[in-house]
Design a protein around this ligand. Structure first.
Ligand SMILES: C[S@@+](CC[C@H](N)C(=O)[O-])C[C@H]1O[C@@H](n2cnc3c(N)ncnc32)[C@H](O)[C@@H]1O
Length: 226
């Protein structure tokens, strides 16, 4: 698959990214309310959540921070985070994805470390914690992912930014995550950005239990094809 690549352009406020993508995945329709990818491997699709998360990271001051992305796929957020100054580890269970991430890092003149990580077997990754920030875009599309990610996140960092297009499994995840994390949600046209912060992190004072969720409106989210 990796021989047949096309170059995509992604507009970010601080300047565009160029991204090599398998041609068959670049041709998938993704303009509707619910994204879908019937044939191509999920890692190879340019999901709107990844682009939205990259736009959120673009222009952030991440200098000196250690950032890990889970289920990175094409790793657009990792590229944006690296451009913003972070030391980034991009991870996915699929080695083919990571081979292309390394090429795309070179193409965009950023340094990104990669590691093959399955959320069900994360010990090697946990051994590298703590990180300052976890990134994840559109990783909660299956109920089976809720439990391993709930377990993994607090072992990696006290803060996580999740982008999601409203998939039911993400709702189940957030409902349960709200018991241990404060959650701030920004709602876009297609993608919600959830910022999770472990209760009591940094302050030394654990917050009262009970769910804390704040919702604000995001600006319009362009699709990845824009
Ligand atoms: C819908 S894609 C999203 C890709 C990318 N984050 C984006 O937004 O474009 C889901 C990604 O999660 C990865 N993934 C799925 N299950 C996984 C698991 N158990 N451990 C690690 N990665 C996983 C897939 O390989 C794929 O790259």
């Amino acid at each position: 698959m990796l021989e047949e690549l096309v170059t995509r352009s992604i507009a970010l406020p601080s300047g565009g990214l160029r991204l090599l993508q398998p041609q068959e995945s670049a041709e998938l329709p993704d303009a509707g309310a619910v994204e879908w990818a019937p044939i191509a491997p999920y890692w190879s699709v340019l999901w709107r959540s990844g682009v939205a998360l990259a736009r959120e990271l673009d222009g952030s001051e991440l200098g000196g921070l250690r950032v890990v992305e889970l289920g990175c796929g094409l790793a657009v957020p990792s590229i944006a985070a690296s451009r913003a100054g972070a030391a980034v580890l991009a991870t996915d269970s699929c080695a083919d994805a990571l081979a292309l991430v390394r090429r795309n890092a070179c193409l965009n003149e950023v340094q990104i470390e990669t590691a093959t990580v399955d959320w069900a077997q994360p010990d090697a990754l946990v051994g590298r914690a703590p990180f300052d920030l976890v990134l994840a875009a559109d990783v909660l599309y299956e109920r089976a992912s809720v439990r391993p990610l709930l377990s993994l996140l607090p072992r990696l960092a006290e803060e996580a930014w999740l982008a999601d297009p409203g998939r039911p499994a993400a709702g189940a995840f957030l409902e349960r995550a709200g018991r241990g994390w404060s959650v701030e949600t920004r709602v876009g046209d297609y993608v919600c950005l959830h910022r999770l912060r472990l209760r009591g992190a940094g302050s030394g004072e654990a917050e009262q239990s009970g769910e804390h969720e704040h919702v604000v409106e995001l600006g319009e989210e362009p699709s990845p094809a824009d």
